[in-house]
Design a binder for this molecule. Structure first.
Ligand code: SAM
Length: 480
């Protein structure tokens, strides 16, 4: 009897491919998925299947707004090996633990991002001064990557339709010190209609069936079905149809997914191009991964210009397509109206800024209710678009005072701060500060003081009598 059960176990093991996560058997690969992948990959299927016996790739991306790769390499207790899909993306060893609790992670020096996920922004190729829309942006891997490439110049509009995910996106944008962004939670059709023709570059990193995440998220395996991939494709096409409006004439639309499903990849691109003959496919410029497969879409040979990345290529799985809008788009959204006359309290906020930093404010200071924002100088009208944040939150009015905000310090640079403590990574005060405790500092410091770790802004506090009162936000603290 026991022997029978044992043999049955072996048969099942042979019929279903199990995924192992950290050596633990997690879930079987769906048979229909296996069948389709065999058809797609032919002789390479064996190599593909063998990947599921190994752990997934792990990588981080350095944040050039706050740190250089060379500096980061010197501070992290593990090796960084360049990944092939994006500048600044590095493989890290499997055993690298507790990344989210690392002080330099709190400081926004790096972002944990699966290596092939970084490929879409390489294809989008944002440059300083561009206007970029990231339409499905939470939790912010690609938005923070775009922000790094923009170097504070131009505008990044990061949208996430699911409100609580948009909050996570905002928190990540603040951690990474992004100054020139708008974060919104708006329906893509509404947003793109209002901002028609405004953007040089639009990214649609669409919600998908997540086949490329099977090794990391067993839930994606459980939820998988052919019907689900088809439902995802219909939703993806609807999002892309909206996105098309937001692209200026000559601008670029990049579409990406983390699935291998033909219907969600070449299938969606084919359907989109049939509906929008004013867009053409271009080469992605990626060297990693391999050509798209025309027969996975409507057979058009140019679908070869899209890119597929499999685990055998060094990433968990991604699909990327680059399309250029040739058709004119004469719509121009209304501009945000900055009033020439400053309100008295906006002057106070400007005085506070100058008290804290030795440079001129990098945006226009605008009061919205009890909040003071440093807004990018050129903006479209924001009204009715579910905006959670535009620019940087500089200060809030509390009773009759202006209190500076954490985000302002996170986006600051060491050379600009009038008062700072810069702690080495191994200084126990770094952890005390992240736990929310007071820390001892020079008696010479008085008032608001930026806290840096190895030159990377971590937060702020208020100095008095040789002690720094902690202002690290409660929700971000490292609990013991
Ligand atoms: N680009 C993000 C990053 O790099 O961190 C990941 C985006 S994730 C693949 C897709 C996002 O689309 C999710 O945050 C999801 O909430 C959002 N989404 C879900 N349904 C949507 C819809 N109908 N329209 C637009 N976005 C949607």
């Amino acid at each position: 009897m026991v022997d029978g059960i044992f043999r049955l176990g072996l048969v099942c093991e042979a019929m279903f491919r199990f995924i192992r996560l950290g050596g633990k058997k997690m879930a079987a690969l769906p048979l229909e998925f296996q069948k389709r992948m065999k058809n797609l990959l032919g002789q390479e299927y064996e190599a593909f299947e063998a990947c599921y016996d190994k752990p997934g790739f792990r990588a981080i991306r350095v944040n050039p707004l706050k740190c250089s790769a060379d500096a980061l390499r010197g501070f992290l207790p593990f090796s960084l090996t360049p990944a092939p899909f994006a500048t600044g993306s590095y493989y890290i060893p499997q055993q690298a633990a507790g990344l989210g609790r690392q002080p330099l992670h709190h400081a926004g020096a790096f972002y944990v991002q699966e290596p092939s996920a970084a490929s879409a922004v390489t294809v989008l190729a944002p440059v300083p001064g561009d206007r970029v829309l990231d339409l499905c942006a939470a939790p912010g891997g690609k938005s923070t990557q775009i922000a790094g490439a923009l170097q504070g110049q131009g505008l990044l509009w990061s949208n996430e339709v699911v409100r609580n995910r948009a909050q996570v996106l905002l928190s990540n944008m603040e951690r990474m010190g992004v100054r020139n962004a708008v974060v919104s939670s708006c329906r893509p059709d509404l947003l793109c209609e209002r901002l028609a023709g405004y953007f040089d570059k639009v990214l649609v990193d669409a919600p998908c069936s997540g086949e490329g995440m099977f090794r990391r998220e067993p839930q994606a395996v459980k939820e998988w079905s052919l019907a689900h991939t088809e439902a995802c494709a219909a939703r993806q096409l609807a999002i892309l149809n909206s996105a098309a409006q937001a692209v200026r004439e000559g601008g670029v639309l990049v579409y990406s997914t983390c699935t291998f499903a033909p219907v969600e990849n070449e299938g969606v691109v084919s359907a989109f191009l049939q509906k929008h003959p004013g867009f053409v496919l271009e080469e992605t410029g990626l060297s990693g991964g391999r050509q798209g497969i025309p027969s996975c879409g409507d057979g058009t040979p140019s679908l070869k210009k899209t890119r597929r990345i499999y685990p055998m290529d060094g990433g968990e799985g991604h699909f990327v397509a680059k399309m250029r809008r040739l058709q004119e788009n004469s719509n121009a959204p209304a501009s945000y109206e900055f009033t020439a006359q400053k309100k008295p309290e906006e002057r106070l906020a400007e005085a506070l800024y100058k008290e804290l930093f030795s440079v001129m404010p990098y945006g226009s200071i605008v009061q919205v209710e009890d909040k003071f924002l440093l807004l990018p100088r050129e903006l479209p009208d924001l009204a009715g678009l579910g905006v959670l944040r535009a620019g940087i939150l500089l200060a809030q009015k509390k009773k009759n005072r202006l209190e500076p905000e954490h985000a302002l310090f996170m986006a600051s640079k060491a050379q600009e701060s009038r008062q700072k403590v810069d702690l080495p990574l191994e200084d126990p005060r770094v952890y005390s500060y992240l736990h929310g405790e007071e820390i001892g500092i020079s008696e010479r410091l008085k008032g608001f003081t930026t806290v840096f770790v190895e030159g990377v802004a971590l937060g702020f506090g208020k100095a008095s009598g040789g002690v720094l009162k902690n202002r690290y936000p409660k929700g971000l603290r490292n609990l013991k």
